[in-house]
Ligand binder design. Sequence first.
Ligand code: PAF
Length: 287
Amino acid sequence: MNIVKDPQELRERCRDWQRRGVVTGLVPTMGYLHAGHASLLRIARERAARVVASVFVNPTQFGPGEDLDAYPRDLDHDAALAREAGVDVLFTPSAEAMYAPGAATWVEVPELSKMLCGATRPIHFRGVCTVVSKLFLLVQPRLAVFGEKDWQQLAILRRMTADLGFPVEIVGAPIVREADGLALSSRNVYLTPEERAAAPHIHRGLELAASRVAAGERDAGRILAATAAYFAEKMPSATPEYLACVHPERLFALDVIDGPALFATAVKFSRARLIDNRLAGVTATPS
Ligand code: PAF
């Protein structure tokens, strides 16, 4: 595995693969890799002849007062995990290399970026779309793999890729969970032991919501109220930042569940803000 810091060097390597028709897979990450990232790398490894993973804590997707400086970093560990997962090139640029002084161009999908996480993180998805576009232009991958835990990010990146005509297949990877159901996240390290014990209730609450749909409940408001009550009882020290039932692709809020639906939440603990989601909903019965 090669570790490359220089965007130009990455571009040249990938251009060479491109010229020779080598299928390249990209896995963008912010590092502090865990088993969830390993599953993304595995998917890329299965689908592509060459795999590029990036480790870049992208400053433009953090708002003022968010955890940019505190975001956990461990490049030695990341390199070992990436090597083990069969990554060919680990791209670890500096912020200065990714954003020239005076850079003033953004890529943004406003229609899908205002709700859910976007309601409290107004510049977040603009930063994500911009950096992912830059990575697409450098690597020219045939496919790129993103985790379904960040469902809104995945929906936005699918839209962006289609709208801008990037010839990249966006592959969504299922959420990887601890044995007790907590979704893996680099931010789980921020949890206190008590919070860690309570946090699996995020997943359980969302499962309960999906089971209500499976049992025939169609009123999203009633399900959300019951889920909020479950969260309040089981995680009294945590605050749900949002708890919503939305259309899985277009992300607008659903009142009545008469098709596919996504339950999504962000829950704030003392330092950690954790997101999770559960696809549920009704499949049309053939007439
Ligand atoms: O999901 C992430 O880790 C980041 O948002 C991404 C896609 C690597 C862009 O910085």
